[in-house]
Design a protein around this ligand. Structure first.
Ligand SMILES: *[C@@H]1O[C@H](CO)[C@@H](O)[C@H](O)[C@H]1NC(C)=O
Ligand SMILES: *[C@@H]1O[C@H](CO)[C@@H](O)[C@H](O)[C@H]1NC(C)=O
Ligand SMILES: *[C@@H]1O[C@H](CO)[C@@H](O)[C@H](O)[C@H]1NC(C)=O
Ligand SMILES: *[C@@H]1O[C@H](CO)[C@@H](O)[C@H](O)[C@H]1NC(C)=O
Length: 378
């Protein structure tokens, strides 16, 4: 029953919600509702969403782009966000960074429209999120400026190539020697996405994606259970740190894109192995994904699960498995039934109940699962 785990909701309120057109039970209208609720946090003056941070903003925008690709009725909202965030977003960059060495545009000269430096914040993973988000915006608008921006961001990541672990990969940020999974998965994914979108430099991006993947698999990121740990120790051994859901996700989308750009019969099997190990480790008996930090996740941890599902959906399209479909739809249904407050906002524990902070990060992460459900139910 709807809200059965939320004893505080009066029956009259439940029936009010059920009769309102805002609560429709098909996947598309759920996702549209979730978008509308998310936009309650969008701040036109900051270009990101109040109550969540800089890189989370990229994640929110990426999810909106994904929905717009599936549901043209939200295109106006999406293009408004892209345009406004493109123009205003840099004011929210918390640590405008010196990390870029070369400013790179599609014509190899400074274009007036795009200055990728403004999107770099001295954390290479954050930069990677924004590159992916602008690729998502490009996919639905075909606005070349957005793709150019993603290329410029990627070029600054290329400048960071080379760690003390086998001489490859990139570190977490310009001032740290920590070699972590997410930063390198993002490098893979951005390169592979660009390979499928920039014909003039397809081979260049394929080479970087392959170089990253070959290096990644030569290092000790994957732990004993087939899941990816947070990163490597100074001596380059697996650090055994938390198996975050997003670290099991970004790599999937990266491998799907790389396999499309340059087919190789090892890429999808590798992705499937990671996806299955992740579901084994992170899903409960109802196929709902959890984060180890629940229910009191710090701000970053509240964002992760949606990213896993977003990328699982890409794998499901390239290499369908009933299990993936079941996980995606179970998460979406559970979020809707058990993890939604009276304002239509979603919390961090997708199995419910809501017992911790609810903000644009928890909401947008759950929104990802609703968007993925639209895709797999299409
Ligand atoms: C953003 O919108 C303005 C008008 O509001 C338009 O002139 C401009 O071309 C748009 N830019 C992008 C990148 O869509
Ligand atoms: C690009 O942005 C950076 C960081 O905000 C700034 O330092 C630089 O002057 C800008 N470059 C141009 C050509 O506007
Ligand atoms: C592997 O799984 C076992 C059993 O669930 C768990 O105790 C162990 O911590 C996991 N290892 C890693 C590296 O996550
Ligand atoms: C397929 O990918 C693997 C891993 O990157 C690589 O070792 C192998 O050479 C590739 N095979 C072909 C035919 O390109």
């Amino acid at each position: 029953m709807l809200f059965s785990r939320h004893g505080f909701l009066a029956p009259s309120l439940i029936s009010l919600l059920l009769t309102g057109s805002a609560v429709a039970d098909d996947a598309r209208s759920r996702a549209r509702d979730a978008l509308q609720t998310l936009q309650g946090w969008y701040n036109p003056k900051s270009g990101i969403w109040d109550t969540c941070g800089w890189w989370d903003g990229a994640s929110c925008m990426n999810t909106i782009a994904d929905l717009a690709a599936l549901d043209p009725s939200v295109m106006d909202t999406a293009t408004y966000v892209f345009n406004n965030t493109f123009n205003i977003g840099p004011v929210s960059n918390p640590h405008p960074g010196p990390e870029i060495k070369t400013v790179f545009t599609r014509d190899n000269h400074q274009s007036s429209a795009v200055n990728a430096s403004q999107w770099l914040n001295q954390a290479y993973d954050d930069d990677g999120w924004w590159a992916l988000a602008w690729i998502g915006a490009y996919d639905v608008t075909k606005e070349g400026t957005y793709l150019e921006l993603a290329e410029g961001i990627f070029q600054s990541l290329v400048d960071a190539w080379g760690t003390n672990c086998g001489g490859g990969g990139i570190p977490w940020n310009p001032t740290s020697t920590y070699v972590n999974s997410i930063t390198n998965e993002l490098f893979l994914s951005v390169a592979a996405h660009l390979a499928n979108r920039v014909p003039e430099r397809k081979e260049y991006y394929i080479r970087w994606a392959q170089k990253e993947w070959d290096w990644f698999t030569s290092q000790d990121f994957i732990g004993e259970n087939g899941t990816i740990n947070d990163g490597l120790l100074e001596n380059c051994e697996n650090n055994g740190a938390t198996v975050w859901s997003y670290n099991q996700g970004v790599v999937l989308g990266g491998l799907v894109e790389l396999n499309k750009a340059s087919p190789n019969n090892t890429y999808l099997p590798s992705a499937n192995k990671i996806a299955k190990a992740a579901i084994e480790t992170l899903a409960d008996s109802n196929n709902v994904i959890h984060e180890f930090c629940e229910p009191q996740c710090l701000p970053d941890g509240t964002q992760f699960k949606g990213i896993f599902i977003r990328n699982l959906r890409k794998l499901q399209k390239a290499s369908p498995h009933d299990l993936y479909r079941k996980v995606i739809t179970s998460c979406a249904d559970s979020i809707w039934d058990n993890d939604r407050n009276e304002k239509g906002q979603f919390g961090v524990n997708w199995a419910g109940p809501i017992e911790a902070v609810v903000d644009a990060s928890t909401h947008s992460s759950a929104f990802d699962a609703l968007v993925a459900a639209v895709a797999v139910l299409n």
